[in-house]
Design a binder for this molecule. Structure first.
Ligand SMILES: Nc1ncnc2c1ncn2[C@@H]1O[C@H](COP(=O)(O)OP(=O)(O)OP(=O)(O)O)[C@@H](O)[C@H]1O
Ligand SMILES: Nc1nc2c(ncn2[C@@H]2O[C@H](COP(=O)(O)O)[C@@H](O)[C@H]2O)c(=O)[nH]1
Length: 401
């Protein structure tokens, strides 16, 4: 195996032929992609988020795009690096470790789809999450089959590994259900407005009510470094399958329709009319769930303990698994004073602060080679490590510390 090349940071190229184009004007950056200039930042005292505007050079027009995803809080300064012509890496200076690396997607598959749906210019924010967080898990199946019960068992056994995507619904809360924990209980008009604004990853009319997964619900879980579990109906699973959220899809089947009815009735949470409606819908869901190409796995929930064990097997949790999260939600502390270079899939940040000049490690590497996911939701798989530029230049480049 050949040795990694040694560089000294001052030799790194600064004008990148791959489109890296970064002009700093106070706390606003301007990045040109084709005939569009993306202006990011603005007066951070006047806004609660980092602003984005697009200057269309062909038409000589300044456009305010629809901005999707949770938006980063403003910062005193930032840098923008163009990646693959479809997204910008935004490095917020002087921000907290868990909030300094973001992506602004400007022409990804998701952004192109949303541009068509919304009929406006669209950009989408996606925060970088360190480490190799596992794919989200979508669990679907007819009402009463035991999805919620199985998810509770999994989360009880692995509390630091999984996080539940809290859906929005227009249905009324049941006795023990808490707003913000089991669901975000909401008015139909408010939910419809947010759907129109592109805030939802998916939504569906289920048993006469509106249910939906907001982008934020999935992002909150990724931010905590946990694996997201979604409990959604088959229509929702189909929408997520068609989206850019890369997930595992599991359909849960009852042993029989008679047993399903028994469970729904024994739960005692629905009126007779609602039970009948749910059972009618269950027929169609069973057909779609078992015959469509949406699901990767089908689980039979006859004996609950056995089904729980089978679910763990599917998720690779049947061996000696530690109950710690697979990824670290930690970020990296970036000073105000820094310079940035890019080599292939690595972005090298040189810390220029005088106090760090004497520190042994003053180069931070952002390794982008294993990025996964993206908007809607977080961008997983960012590797961040510090290296020593004094003793060995960048010779320690491939050796995360
Ligand atoms: N394997 C099982 N055997 C017997 N009862 C079960 C089994 N699994 C779940 N149950 C029971 O069936 C009822 C319905 O389960 P649960 O509420 O988890 O279903 P669900 O699929 O989440 O329903 P919904 O889609 O309506 O939210 C509960 O009372 C639960 O205790
Ligand atoms: N498409 C979506 N379906 C969802 C969502 N959250 C829950 N659900 C499904 O609704 C039914 C009924 O749930 P209940 O709590 O009223 O019994 C069930 O099948 C859930 O899986 C969602 O965000 N989107």
């Amino acid at each position: 195996m050949g040795e990694a090349p040694a560089f000294i940071v001052d030799d790194l190229p600064t004008g990148f032929p791959n489109g890296f184009d970064f002009k700093s004007k106070g706390c606003t950056t301007a990045t040109i992609i084709g005939n569009k200039e993306y202006l990011i930042g603005g007066d951070h005292d006047e806004s609660s988020t980092v602003g984005v505007q697009i200057f269309d050079q062909t038409r000589g027009e300044l456009v305010n795009p629809t901005v999707l995803g949770t938006q980063p809080k403003p910062c005193k300064d930032h840098s923008a690096v163009l990646l693959n012509e479809d997204r910008l890496l935004i490095i917020k200076r002087g921000s907290t470790p868990d909030d300094c690396i973001w992506f602004l997607e400007v022409d990804t598959k998701y952004v192109r789809e949303q541009r068509k749906i919304l009929g406006t210019e669209v950009v989408a924010w996606s925060k970088a999450v360190r480490g190799d967080a596992e794919k989200p898990v979508v669990i679907s199946g007819p009402s009463g089959v035991g999805k919620g019960t199985l998810i509770s068992m999994l989360m009880k056994e692995f509390p630091s590994m999984f996080g539940f995507s809290v859906s929005h619904t227009t249905r009324a809360p049941r006795g023990m259900e808490k707003d913000g924990v089991h669901y975000h209980f909401t008015e139909r008009s408010a939910m419809e407005r947010e759907i129109k604004d592109g805030k939802f990853l998916e939504f569906a009319s289920v048993h006469g009510n509106l249910y939906g997964t907001s982008v934020e619900a999935v992002e909150v879980v990724a931010d905590a470094g946990k694996r997201c579990i979604l409990d959604i109906d088959v229509q929702g699973a189909r929408s997520v399958r068609a989206s850019s959220l890369d997930a595992i899809f599991i359909f849960v089947c009852p042993p029989s329709m008679e047993e399903l009815e028994k469970r729904l009735r024994a739960r005692g949470t629905e009126t007779e009319e609602q039970i009948l409606k749910r059972l009618r819908n269950a027929q169609a869901e069973m057909e779609q769930g078992q015959s469509s190409a949406i699901f990767d796995h089908i689980l039979y929930n006859d004996n609950l303990e056995e089904c729980h064990e089978n679910l763990k097997k599917l998720l690779g949790l049947d061996g000696n698994v530690t109950a710690s999260p697979k990824s670290s939600p930690k970020g990296v502390e970036l000073p105000m004073d820094l310079s940035i270079s890019k080599i292939d899939q690595k972005v090298i940040i040189k810390c220029e602060s005088p106090e760090l000049e004497t520190a042994s490690k003053n180069l931070i590497v952002l390794d982008l080679s294993s990025l996964k996911g993206g908007a809607p939701g977080r961008t997983r798989g960012l590797d961040v490590y510090a290296i020593d530029s004094f003793s060995d230049g960048l010779s320690g480049f491939n050796q995360p510390t």
